[in-house]
Each structure stands twice: as structure tokens, then as C-alpha cells.
Design a protein around this ligand. Structure first.
Ligand code: PMP
Length: 327
């Protein structure tokens, strides 16, 4: 019989799928790495497993311990899966603007969710950062993964995502395109592919307009999980050869096309990455192989980017969406 002993053992090993509809006019092969097929629905399952493994090896997490992390999204789900496999208590600190469906998912996995006010500065005792630091200090046996600084995040991608892409393309990958949140995905995967090809693989960072990575003015944007207003320790800028800046409208238009035309129901950061990938791929010859990372599932965004009224309320015009997607 072939079976896993636990769902958390099925992290990684996600497939590549060729994009065949949104790629009209593109000669190169564009392959999407479908990270939503991880058991928690995102690429974050990879870092969760690796961070917990390393913490156990280093004696930072022992039987009966507690994982404390400020997260409202995919990292929380990944950590929850690994924690419940291994019997750890989980406490996630979530700003109150993110409560609702996302915290319901964390609670469904048996996590405790501590809600904190969104609009307080980081140094305030009730902030996201202060509360998670305090809980990590006060709870006996607590371990804080600290995903924006933990090197075992990017390492997970160096050890799994990169080798999977190398193997599944028979070493023919020429370009990697990914969004940047903590930077773990692009830094780890990109570094592996550059090491494997004597720096030949071109790494492209897909960045929302308003984020720090691609330069230009820093301001708010609606795509979730990518872009930052600071440089996390987990991001290695030396790995990125160039950036593509993508607007919310372009990202959401492409995300919706991926669902309707490719059958890939994904989150907004996937659409963002595909817009960037197509901009790159359009100028490449037929033997180029562009791999684009689709980080998470779209089910968590049905009442957001998949909802016309939600887009409309943000001034994102629906009728220009499709044209805008390839600009
Ligand atoms: N997309 C989504 C939906 C995410 O949650 C994240 C992680 N913050 C990313 C992309 C970016 O991944 P990374 O943190 O590895 O840069």
C-alpha cells in the first residue's frame, strides 16, 4: 500500500503546468509551478516544515512546546499543519483588520488566535510585534519562527523548490519569475538555479507598484503576500537580475484569467507573477523555458479579487482588465 503517515509529510513535490491560453503570441515555454497543491494550499508549507525541523535539531523546540508567530495567512496554515503533526501548541498573533475567514482557517486547524489592533505603531505594547515577542518570552517552551529573518525559510526553497524545477525541466529552465514577500522563495530557488547553471538562469522579481524592492514611491496596494516597505533578512537582492513592476489591476486581471482560461484558481500574487513572466517571455525565443511560481490557492480571495464589487470599490475598472494585463 502507498500512503503518507500524515498530511504534513506531503509538502513539496508540486508539479509544473504549461500555460497555454494566457500565453498567446509567446514563443517560449511558460511553466507554472503550482504551489497551491501543497497540503496547506501554499508555498509556505515548505518553510514551515524546514523551520520546525531546524528548531527541533537546534533544541529550540521540544516536546510540549508552543509555536508563536505573528501571521494571518499562509505561514500560519503551514505552521499549523506541522505543529499538529508533532503535537505543538500554536498561537498566532493577527492584526484585527485580517480577522474573518483567515483566522477562521487557523482556528479550524486548532490554533489559538490572538487579535491585536492594526493601527498602532510597532513599538506600542499592543502591536503585532510587541504582543508576539511578549508571548514568546512568557509562554514556557515557546518558539518564534520569525519568518522574515529565519534563514531556514530560504533554505527550504534552496533544498526543495529549486531542485524540483531543475529536475522537472531536465535542466532546461532559462528564467525564474517570482514575487517577493519575505524573499525566501526567490532567494532560495533562484540561488539553487544559479548555482546549477553557473549563474546563467535569469531571475526576475515580480513586484507590486508601491513596494520597496523595485524602487519608485512606496505606497499601499491591494495584492496580498508580496512587496514590502523594508528589506527582510531572508531576501538576498544579489539573486535578482531584474524587476517587473505590476499594478493591482494588471495582477487581478491576470489572476482571474488564470482561473477562467487555465483552470488555475490562484491568489493575486500568482497573477502578478504571471504578468511579469509574460512580459519577459514575449521577447524570448522558442527554446527559452520560463518558470513562474504560483504561491497560493484562490479560495481565500473569493470575496476579494474574484468579487466585482470589491474591485469596483477599489476603483479597479473591470472593462479594461483584460487589455491591461499584458501591458
Ligand atoms: N504570495 C503569497 C500569497 C504569499 O503569502 C507569499 C508569502 N508572504 C508570497 C507570495 C511571497 O513569498 P516569499 O515570502 O517566499 O517571498
Amino acid at each position: 500500500m502507498r500512503y503518507a503517515s500524515h498530511i504534513a509529510d506531503l509538502v513539496g513535490g508540486t508539479p509544473l503546468v504549461r500555460l497555454g491560453h494566457v500565453t498567446d503570441g509567446v514563443a517560449a515555454t511558460v511553466l507554472a509551478k503550482v504551489e497551491y497543491l501543497n497540503p496547506g494550499g501554499s508555498a509556505k508549507d515548505r518553510i514551515a516544515r524546514n523551520i520546525v525541523d531546524a528548531a527541533e535539531r537546534d533544541g529550540l523546540l521540544r516536546p510540549g512546546g508552543t509555536i508563536v508567530e505573528p501571521t494571518s495567512g499562509n505561514t500560519g496554515v503551514g505552521l499549523a499543519l506541522v505543529a499538529l503533526q508533532r503535537g505543538y501548541r500554536m498561537v498566532f498573533v493577527v492584526p484585527d483588520k485580517f480577522t474573518g475567514e483567515k483566522t477562521a482557517v487557523l482556528r479550524a486547524y486548532g490554533a489559538e488566535v490572538v487579535e491585536v489592533p492594526t493601527n498602532v505603531p510597532p513599538e506600542h505594547p499592543d502591536s503585532y510585534y510587541s504582543v508576539s515577542d511578549r508571548l514568546a518570552r512568557e509562554i514556557p517552551g515557546a518558539f518564534k519562527p520569525n519568518q522574515f529573518a529565519n534563514p531556514n525559510g530560504p533554505r527550504a526553497h534552496y533544498e526543495t523548490t529549486g531542485p524540483e524545477i531543475w529536475r522537472d525541466t531536465d535542466g532546461r529552465v532559462t528564467h525564474l519569475v517570482a514575487g517577493i514577500g519575505t524573499g525566501g522563495t526567490i532567494s532560495g530557488t533562484g540561488r539553487f538555479l544559479k548555482d546549477a547553471t553557473a549563474e546563467e538562469v535569469v531571475v526576475v522579481g515580480a513586484d507590486p507598484e508601491g513596494s520597496i524592492y523595485s524602487g519608485g514611491p512606496i505606497h499601499g496596494y491591494a495584492v496580498e503576500g508580496v512587496g514590502e516597505d523594508f528589506y527582510p533578512d531572508t531576501f538576498d537582492p544579489a539573486v535578482v537580475d531584474r524587476y517587473e513592476r505590476v499594478s493591482d489591476a494588471e495582477s487581478f486581471a491576470m489572476t482571474r484569467r488564470l482561473a477562467r482560461e487555465e483552470g488555475l484558481l490562484v491568489g493575486g500574487s500568482s497573477g502578478l507573477a504571471v504578468v511579469a513572466a509574460l512580459r519577459v517571455a514575449r521577447h524570448l525565443p522558442a527554446d527559452a523555458v520560463v518558470v513562474v511560481i504560483l504561491p497560493d490557492h484562490g479560495r481565500g480571495y473569493l470575496t476579494k479579487l474574484y468579487d466585482d464589487a470589491w474591485l469596483d470599490a477599489r476603483g479597479i475598472p473591470l472593462d479594461t482588465l483584460t487589455e491591461g494585463a499584458l501591458s
